[in-house]
Design a protein around this ligand. Structure first.
Ligand SMILES: NC(=O)c1ccc[n+]([C@@H]2O[C@H](COP(=O)([O-])OP(=O)(O)OC[C@H]3O[C@@H](n4cnc5c(N)ncnc54)[C@H](OP(=O)(O)O)[C@@H]3O)[C@@H](O)[C@H]2O)c1
Length: 249
């Protein structure tokens, strides 16, 4: 399939071995040129090496307006506007209400909510008619897992913003939808629980998931590509749960 021939995409958080990088590889496979952004240059370089073509890395922090402007200036100089924005960058923390500090909360809400809002806002002038914006939410937005309060609240805010932004941008021919991944084995999970605990963590999650396992990266990338494409042309403000049934049955 070449659904994205001639199209330009931006994916924040596309450097590490996670959902963003997998989505970048999928969009490139289907013909897009993809700009990826993240704070760690080494990770970005790794993604560029792995994907191999039609990918441009722009180091930066989504909390920093100057970095976002530099990203979209690069996109502009590519000369084709922007067709796909996957606002994927995000962070998580484990802390119950007894443990949660003001700094923890500001950190998570600052990146996940404020950073994502800035990403979408700074992208708008560059978005072509017919563009698709995809927000990375999470099944956590609708759950109450102990210790995940700050993260879940940030993702619930993004689920809400998805509805508002879809309404506000629809008349400009821009569709905004969300993907809500269930547990997926990524570098973000390694950072959250520690490399030595990942196998046990994933096993315990797999036991809680009706489908009996955590998700593969390509299972998320496929849904991102669907939302990015005309195949989802009647979807607006939706939140697609890709969750192995955990929020369904
Ligand atoms: N894995 C799951 O089970 C799961 C489930 C539901 C939702 N999600 C969501 O999926 C998204 C991707 O996570 P992932 O699991 O694939 O882990 P990941 O590989 O760690 O991806 C997170 C990415 O965000 C980037 N990032 C974080 N803060 C940033 C900032 N301030 N500016 C720019 N980039 C920033 C990170 O790169 P740098 O650190 O180099 O900046 C990293 O590339 C997140 O929004 C996460 O909440 C994940």
């Amino acid at each position: 399939m070449n659904r994205f021939e001639g199209k330009t995409a931006v994916i924040t958080g596309g450097g590490t071995n996670g959902i963003g990088r997998a989505a970048a590889a999928r969009l490139v496979d289907e013909g897009a040129h993809v700009f990826i952004m993240g704070r760690r240059e080494r990770e970005l370089e790794g993604a560029v090496m792995e994907i191999g073509r039609n990918v441009t890395a722009v180091p930066g922090d989504i909390r920093n307006v100057a970095d976002l402007e530099a990203l979209f200036t690069e996109v502009k100089s590519h000369g084709k506007g922007l067709d796909i924005l996957f606002a994927n960058a995000g962070v998580a923390t484990f802390a119950t209400i007894d443990e949660l500090t003001e700094d923890d909360l500001n950190h998570v809400l600052g990146i996940n909510v404020v950073g994502t809002m800035l990403t979408v806002q700074k992208a708008i002038p560059h978005l072509n008619t017919g563009a698709s914006v995809i927000i990375n939410v999470s099944t956590s937005a609708d759950r109450g897992a102990p210790g995940m309060g700050a993260y879940a609240a940030s993702k619930a805010a993004l689920r809400s913003f998805t509805r508002t932004w879809a309404n506000e941008l629809k008349d400009r021919g821009i569709r905004v939808n969300a993907i809500s991944p269930g547990p997926t084995d990524t570098s973000g999970v390694v950072e959250l629980v520690g490399a030595e605990n990942v196998a046990a963590y994933n096993e315990s999650l797999a036991r809680q998931l009706p489908i009996g396992r955590t998700a593969r990266l390509e299972e998320m990338a496929g849904v991102v590509a669907f939302l990015a494409s005309e195949d989802s042309s009647f979807m607006l403000g939706a939140n697609v749960l890709v969750d192995g049934g955990v929020n369904q049955i």
